[in-house]
Ligand binder design. Sequence first.
Ligand SMILES: [Zn+2]
Length: 332
Amino acid sequence: MARKKKKWVVGVDLGGTNISVGVLPIDGGPPAALHGEKTEAARGAKFVVDRIVSMVNGAIDTVVKDEGGSRDDFAGVGIGSPGPLDRSTGTIINTPNLGWRNFPLRDLIANAVGLPAVLDNDANCATYGEWWLGAGRDVDTLIGLTLGTGIGGGIVLNGKIFHGASDAAGEFGHMTIDSTGRKCNCGNYGCLEAYASGPAIALRAVEGIQAGTETMLPELVHGRLDEITAATVYEGAVLGDPYANEVMKETAKFLGTGIANLINLFNPQMVVVSGGVTRAGDHLFGALRAEVRRRAFKSAADACQIVPAQLLGTAGVVGAVAMFKTETYGAV
Ligand SMILES: [Zn+2]
């Protein structure tokens, strides 16, 4: 007798601050039983694993209750986590945010839940989610850029994530855009992340204010400069503050430089940009597209759309499910 077709896959998006869990129909669709909790990594690895397991079990129970069926209808669990990690062993090699080293996350979750599991990098998952069900659902070759506390990325070539020789491909945040530039958290100088991550945008804005530039930004934080974040800068730009606009324009220039490099390397059909910075809308994308046109090969730039992500807050969960499907069945 043929094995009964599984109906559902669970997706886990583990971040340094939050954990999101949701369940997708195996053929795609909006996540069901979507649920988020704080990671609270300071309480230790066992605490975080137990929390993930209880969120996964809770999501399975919710779907069984709402849709009928049983646990047998679940194929497995896809997990997206900060890296670097080793997919073949399902081990986190080292995550500064969580404080884990050589940690067998995949098998701990699979054993506790009683379902097979797959582990991949969080930015790869977010990119793959956008490719499967988001902004990139009609293209084959796509580059994803996730802008937040750090800058991550993913590469989809002909419908599959390209992992590289040691699962480290797509670390676009650490592409050098100025060989003698600002020091990056990774130890190198002039990385894209040192200019265009959320904290880097805020730092550049504060440096200008301390140098005496006229701007409304201090008013937006009641004079407390240490409370200026990238979001404050977008807010100022949207309100028409010339200095905030200038900082956004420079950010677009740095990002456009990085994206032009990627377009020249991969000739993708699409670059999808996700993260809080996309809230700046045309204040960012207009200038960014113009910078790319100045720097990339014309034929490559003409063939590439640069767009904001569509799966806001769910790309990681959706992509973790897509990753599980590809690893288990060979394709999404
Ligand atoms: Zn770096």
